[in-house]
Design a protein around this ligand. Sequence first.
Ligand code: LLP
Length: 416
Amino acid sequence: MLNDSFYYGDSALCCDGVPLSAIADAVGTPLYVYSAARVRHNVERLRRAFAPLGASIHYSLKANASLALVRLLRDAGLGMDAVSAGEIARALHAGVDPARIVFAGVGKTAAEIAFALDAGIGWFNVESRDELRLLDTLAGERGLRPQVALRLNPGIRAQTHEHIATGHLGAKFGLTAAEVSALLDERGAYPHLRVAGIHVHIGSQLGDVAETVAAVRAAQAVAAPYVDVRTLNIGGGFPVRYTEDDQVPAPDDFARALTPLLEGWRVLIEPGRALVADAGVLLVSVLYVKEQGGRRFIITDGSMTDLLRPALYGAVHEIVPLDHPAAERTPAVVTGPVCESADVLHRAALLPPLGAGDRLAVLTAGAYGMAMASNYNLRTRPPEVLVEGAGWRVIRRRETWDDLLRLEQDESAGRS
Ligand code: LLP
């Protein structure tokens, strides 16, 4: 989907006044381009929506932990939601106050917990009794008493792709209501923890506000008997529109439905996608065009290694040409060079006639794009550019073959 930051000016696709072809000329493709203005716009939109709840916003780093974006979001006043010590380290490197980091994740290692404790992380979202015990022990050894939210699995199957639904009982996430109650009853057994909150996150790209409302009610019901448990982390999951046809609830819709429920509660949210998805595009170049089995294949230099979502979730990202948007469009399969048929960027993109060297933008690719990129087929991961003010800059350079070799060791190298 095009938006206020990505639009056609004089029939050339621009990002905040900069023609994307100029950036692609300078940096090459494939390439991610992000709009700082759009990220800031998204922050304000969420902030306004959730202001009536007094919610504290923690950016979910997993969506895109590019250092320049993390700094931008820190400067915009957000806390962070981390799911690994790597993400915590990234946030600290970006100058985020550790007290404003929440540490979530179903499988934190002892080393990660120790690292987070030593860093002074604000909240631990805990997902099992074993984890609670381990956290208590490691906190005790350090003379610390961190805040803990227990992650509730409310038994709600969210309307979203099955890979990213997390609130149903068949999923690995969280603790059942009975388990959360039992742990709250026995809080005294964890003297080095302040178990003071409930965390609930039922999935990503959520299609129905009512399910989130039900999850929040379930969390409140579990917390009700414990008057000091009045912090509720309601997770992320706020959806974005990937195509013109997508009908998804807006942040306002979530906030309006939740505000009457949450009076007197301290509220945290953990949005990722809603902050960065529509602030990013992936630019690719056409290599070859061919007809096969009655279909037009556009083979590009971008692939599932750059943007995995279409291959992994059947996700649809609109694809548009950088030039000449007015030409007549017909369906095409847009693919990459990787050696498997899952390597698609779009299964039926409506595109004008194209030839080698033409460039395309894969839209709404700022979240879970670069974050899930890989080196499969020994492809180098793409560079990233941030458009800010009237200018733009490379915030991550293209990987090189030497980068790919750097971690490898071959003891026999050079020996005969
Ligand atoms: N909080 C928790 C506990 C989460 O598990 C997630 C996402 C978030 C917050 C942020 O969710 P968001 O606001 O971005 O929807 N790779 C998938 C999405 C995986 C989301 C995993 N958890 C995709 O490309 O759609």
